[in-house]
Design a protein around this ligand. Structure first.
Ligand SMILES: Nc1ncnc2c1ncn2[C@@H]1O[C@H](COP(=O)(O)OP(=O)(O)O)[C@@H](O)[C@H]1O
Ligand SMILES: O=c1ccn([C@@H]2O[C@H](COP(=O)(O)OP(=O)(O)O)[C@@H](O)[C@H]2O)c(=O)[nH]1
Length: 298
């Protein structure tokens, strides 16, 4: 279903090429990426041999994993809730579907993609969710900025250029960072904030890390997002919280990221929340969704 929507995926190609172990180190990925081929028009495209190696390492082992087994999430959840009663397992960690062959997890983790345009309030709401529910919050943007700032990073400059231009950093970097952070946390419930921003990212993540249980989508008009981002830019120190970068980010969101939300919506996996209210009121909508799905940790 999800998979069928992709005409010819990156990972399909990679599966044919991949012979190396999926556990290739991040540093080797970075080395391979020092001549990146951008996902979205890298400033200077060059030989992509290294990229293939990195992508192969990231996606290797996904073969055999198939989305066709997925049923409608509401049916699945109903079954899982019943099972949960009997086994005390979390309704979602009991698994919506099998893990990909080379997932770093033994049991399927709970994964929620938190999506919305730039400045919609994803980070603000995730911070509240972490306080009330037992989730690890991983912001893809924060992880990229951390890597950009890491002394000795071989992809720092590249990340900075993509962020400033409002473009999407090559997925193998982002997925590598997310995967590492998930494993390092030692936990199994994740809010993945600001990712996936492109269809092939969604597919590669689901193929090599774990499937998403649902998508929490913050709907927000551009005018409001622009207002929030300009305000945030007064203190954030971010290279992209300025009007020029903001406009570019909106274009990327409209053209490249929104289709991901639409795709998941067609699968019945999107919970949409309007961000046009105070943070408290927005959060009460979010809580209504989470209270239905998860028992509170406190
Ligand atoms: N409901 C809201 N109303 C007004 N301002 C908000 C709201 N939610 C978040 N903000 C502010 O808007 C800016 C962007 O929010 P943030 O959570 O960083 O968005 P995102 O993670 O989606 O980029 C921040 O300065 C935040 O304080
Ligand atoms: O999966 C991701 C997430 C973020 N980014 C980059 O990081 C920037 C900032 O993303 P973040 O989620 O931090 O901020 P937002 O745009 O949602 O405010 C984006 O514009 C992209 O350039 C990316 O390339 N891939």
């Amino acid at each position: 279903m999800f998979r069928a929507a992709f005409s010819r995926s990156t990972t399909d190609t990679l599966r044919r090429q991949a012979t190396s172990s999926a556990s290739a180190s991040r540093s080797s990925l970075r080395r391979a990426l020092s001549t990146p081929a951008g996902e979205q028009g890298a400033p200077k495209p060059s030989s992509n041999a290294g990229l293939w190696v990195a992508l192969a390492a990231t996606a290797a082992g996904g073969a055999g994993y198939y989305y066709a087994t997925r049923e409608h999430p509401s049916e699945t959840l109903a079954k899982l809730k019943a099972k949960n009663k009997a086994t005390e397992e979390s309704p979602v960690t009991a698994s919506l579907r099998p893990l990909p062959a080379n997932s770093p997890f033994k049991v399927k983790p709970t994964v929620i993609f938190v999506l919305g345009g730039p400045g919609a309030g994803k980070g603000t709401q995730c911070a509240r969710l972490v306080a009330d529910y037992d989730f690890v919050h991983l912001s893809a943007g924060d992880l990229l900025r951390e890597e950009r700032n890491r002394a000795g990073s071989e992809v720092g400059e590249l990340i900075n250029t993509y962020i400033k231009e409002g473009k999407i950093v090559p997925m193998e970097i982002t997925i590598g960072l997310l995967r590492d952070a998930m494993v390092r946390s030692g936990k199994d419930r994740f809010l993945i904030d600001g990712f996936p921003r492109k269809m092939d990212q969604a597919e590669a993540f689901e193929d090599t890390v774990a499937g998403a249980d649902f998508i929490l989508y913050f709907e927000c008009p551009e005018k409001e997002m622009e207002r929030r981002l300009l305000k945030r830019g007064e203190t954030s120190g971010r290279v992209d919280d300025n009007i020029e970068s903001i406009r570019k980010r909106f274009v990327t969101f409209r053209d490249t990221s929104f289709p991901v939300i639409d795709k998941y919506r067609s699968l019945g996996k999107v919970h949409e929340v309007s961000c046009l209210d105070t943070p408290d009121k927005v959060y009460s909508q979010v809580r209504a969704i989470f209270d239905k799905m998860f028992a509170k940790s406190a």
